[in-house]
Design a protein around this ligand. Structure first.
Ligand SMILES: Nc1ncnc2c1ncn2[C@@H]1O[C@H](COP(=O)(O)OP(=O)(O)OP(=O)(O)O)[C@@H](O)[C@H]1O
Ligand SMILES: [Mg+2]
Length: 313
């Protein structure tokens, strides 16, 4: 089931189009990564999804309900910690959750609070004061609060910012566990490594536009840019074009996008069968390189760092 749908969503702030023409779908049990550098439009998009601001144009549906026409029906399925979770540090985790459960009009509060604490792995320490929590525990308490109303969609804006590697890993495991129970999760990040390890699908956003969307499994399987050095680049390019490839001319090398290892093998076979000598095949290695190739940042050198920054871990 499609839990979240964005169709042609744009947002103008002042004179600027901050978000332009977004189309995205997040299904039940799927973790969807929204990857982009600072200022790309991630928070603006998230604020529209959770109903804090309205799109200038386009449609957002949550569990089939149009957020403009039926905000109550749509937003009751959304759990979020948009800004940093505001918890009372002199209260315990449980007291905080009870407070938020009351605000949210949750029924059977005690049972619900115990259930969400268990779900985020805080049950053992839920009666300690929040000021004694690590940042990772606070973040999980934020997720517990977001889960109080039993949402179908969890929306998180850069939730692992500031977490240490252990905290990140725990958070990732929590998100994966929630997804395996059927939760749809929409999560923004500027860290490729995080998205790579946590998400099923990913959209890369830059200057308010989605510049690529892909299955993380495809990227892992070797989707990415391939460079081939051959005896006769012009003939080679014509051969590949005739076989349906989009081969680009790169001097003495051809550049093409291959979706997996088999695609690379096919391209090489086509060249050899056409009587050409293949001297060298260079793969952009790994998910990171694939991303850079997909986003076109690889060609512009330094800009790559701004698009996807690898977490130091
Ligand atoms: N009220 C506003 N008026 C005009 N421009 C704004 C306003 N709020 C944000 N912007 C601009 O919109 C763009 C997108 O901002 P947004 O906060 O959505 O990006 P982001 O991807 O969340 O960035 P970050 O990684 O820094 O959190 C930025 O260039 C920002 O300067
Ligand atoms: Mg932001």
């Amino acid at each position: 089931m499609d839990v979240l749908e964005l169709r042609g969503v744009s947002k103008r702030l002042g004179r600027r189009m901050v978000v332009q023409d977004l189309d995205m779908t997040v299904r039940e049990g799927e973790v969807y990564g929204f990857l982009g550098p600072n200022g790309a439009g991630k928070t603006t998009t998230i604020r529209m999804i959770v109903g804090l601001i309205r799109p200038t144009s386009g449609i957002i549906r949550i569990c089939g309900h149009d957020i403009e026409r039926n905000p109550v029906g749509a937003l009751k399925h959304v759990g979020t910690i948009v800004e940093n979770p505001e918890m009372y540090s002199y209260l315990t985790g449980r007291q905080n959750l009870i407070h938020y459960a009351r605000l949210a009009g949750v029924r059977d509060i005690e049972r619900r609070v115990a259930a969400v604490a268990e779900r985020v792995g805080l049950a053992q320490r839920i009666d300690e004061k929040v000021k004694r929590y690590s940042l990772g525990m606070r973040q999980r308490l934020g997720v517990a609060q977001a889960l109080l109303a039993d949402p179908k969609l969890l929306v998180l804006d850069e939730p692992t910012n500031g977490l240490d590697p252990a905290g990140m890993r725990e958070f990732r495991e929590l998100i994966r566990r929630l997804a395996s129970e059927g939760m749809a999760v929409f999560i923004s990040s500027h860290l490729l490594a995080e998205v790579e390890q946590m998400c099923d699908r990913v959209a890369v956003i830059r200057d308010g536009r989605v510049i690529t969307e892909a299955d993380v499994a495809d990227l892992r399987a070797g989707a990415g840019q391939v460079q081939i050095r051959v005896s006769d680049p012009a003939t080679a390019r014509a051969t590949l074009l005739a076989a349906g490839w989009k081969a680009e001319d790169g001097g003495d090398r051809l550049r093409l996008m291959a979706k997996d290892d088999e695609a690379v093998a096919q391209a090489v076979r086509a060249l050899v069968e056409a009587g050409l000598d293949v001297y060298e095949v260079t793969r952009a290695g790994g998910l990171e390189q694939s991303f850079l190739a997909l986003t076109g940042a690889a060609q512009t050198g330094g800009e790559a760092d701004a698009v996807v920054e690898r977490a130091a871990q």
